[in-house]
Design a protein around this ligand. Structure first.
Ligand code: FES
Length: 303
C-alpha cells in the first residue's frame, strides 16, 4: 500500500509539473484536464463547456457524467459545464445547446468524450451545429470543438496512470459454475431502422438516432399501440435521401429526416398508424431527390 500511495503521488506530481493543471484524485480515479486553456473568461461571460458522450441508459452513468461536468465547472475560465449525449441520454446535445446558445457566454466549447473518434463523428457534429445555428436564427456565441482525446498531448500520461493503477484492482476470475440465462422474445410489432451507412452518418444519423431513442423512452413506445422497437442498420439503399429511416411493418422510407420529422413520425405513424407523407418516399422505379424545403418552414418540405 505505501508503494501504491507513492505511485499515485508521483503521477499527480507529474501532471502538476507537466501541465500546470490541478489534478484531483476522487474515488481512486485520476482526473485529467482535456483543455489546455487556463485563462479567465472574457467580459461577455466566459465559456460554457458541453461534455459530449455517446449514450447513457441508466441513472449511474448519468450521475457519473454530472460529476465530471461539476469537475470541469471548477476549472479556470469555465462559467458553466454541462454533460450531454449524441445518441441516447438526456439532455441531448441539441437541448444542451439550447440551454447555453442564447446565454451571455463568449464561447461554447464542445468536448467529445469519444474513443475512437471516427472522422464521420466530427463531420456530423460540425454539420449539425451549422444547421442548428441557421434554424435558431440568432447569433450564437462562438462554438469550438475540442480535439480528439487520443491526439491530446496529455493522453499518453493518462494511459500510463490508468495502466499503473490496475495494480490495485482485484483480478477478474472465472465463475465456478456456468449458469445459462434465458431471453424474452419481444412482443412488439413495429420496427424502426435508422440508417448508419456512410452518407447517413455524414448527414447526422447519430443525432436522429439519439432523438428517436429519447422519444422512445419519453413516449414509452415499446408499450404503446403495436409496440415499437428501434435498431440501427447498415445502408438502407437511397443514400441521396440521407438521413434515412425505415418504418416496418409497412416498410415506409423516410428521407431528409430532422428532429422535428422524427417527432411527427413518432406521433403520426408509430402511435397514430398513418404514414407522414411530407417525409415519406415511396418506391417509384425512378431515382428520387430530396424534396425542396419550404423557406418559411424549414421542417415542412414543399411537395
Ligand atoms: S447510407 Fe443511408 S441509405 Fe445509404
Amino acid at each position: 500500500m505505501p508503494q501504491e500511495r507513492a505511485l499515485k503521488r508521483s503521477v499527480c506530481d507529474l501532471f502538476k509539473r507537466r501541465f500546470h493543471f490541478p489534478v484531483r484524485n476522487r474515488s481512486g480515479i485520476f482526473a485529467l484536464g482535456l483543455h489546455e486553456h487556463t485563462g479567465t473568461g472574457t467580459a461577455r461571460g466566459g465559456k460554457a463547456v458541453l461534455l459530449l458522450a455517446k449514450s447513457a441508459f441508466a441513472a449511474a452513468p448519468h450521475r457519473e457524467m454530472q460529476r465530471i461536468a461539476a469537475m470541469v465547472g471548477l476549472m479556470p475560465g469555465v462559467t458553466k459545464a454541462l454533460c450531454c449525449f449524441s445518441e441516447q441520454g438526456s439532455p441531448s446535445l441539441r437541448d444542451a445547446l439550447r440551454t447555453v446558445s442564447g446565454g451571455s457566454f463568449a464561447t461554447i466549447v464542445i468536448v467529445p468524450l469519444v474513443l475512437p473518434m471516427e472522422p464521420s463523428f466530427h463531420n456530423w457534429l460540425t454539420r449539425s451545429l451549422k444547421r442548428w445555428q441557421a434554424e435558431d436564427g440568432f447569433a450564437w456565441p462562438q462554438v469550438r470543438i475540442a480535439r480528439d482525446i487520443a491526439q491530446s498531448l496529455h493522453f499518453e500520461p493518462l494511459l500510463a496512470a490508468l495502466v499503473a493503477g490496475t495494480a490495485a484492482e482485484p483480478p477478474v476470475l472465472p465463475d465456478s459454475v456456468h449458469k445459462p440465462e434465458g431471453s424474452l422474445v419481444p412482443a412488439q410489432k413495429r420496427r424502426v431502422l435508422v440508417c448508419e451507412g456512410g452518407a447517413c452518418n455524414a448527414a447526422g444519423a447519430d443525432v436522429i438516432w439519439g432523438h428517436l431513442r429519447n422519444r422512445q423512452v419519453e413516449r414509452k413506445l415499446r408499450l404503446t399501440g403495436d409496440g415499437t422497437m428501434t435498431a440501427k442498420s447498415t445502408c438502407l439503399g437511397p443514400c441521396n435521401l440521407a438521413p434515412v429511416l425505415q418504418v416496418f411493418p409497412e416498410g415506409t422510407y423516410y428521407g431528409g429526416v430532422t428532429e422535428a420529422a422524427v417527432d411527427r413520425i413518432v406521433e403520426e405513424h408509430l402511435v397514430g398508424g398513418h404514414v407522414v407523407s411530407d417525409f415519406a418516399y415511396a418506391p417509384t422505379g425512378r431515382k428520387q431527390r430530396l424534396r425542396t424545403i419550404h423557406p418559411k418552414n424549414p421542417e415542412k418540405p414543399k411537395i
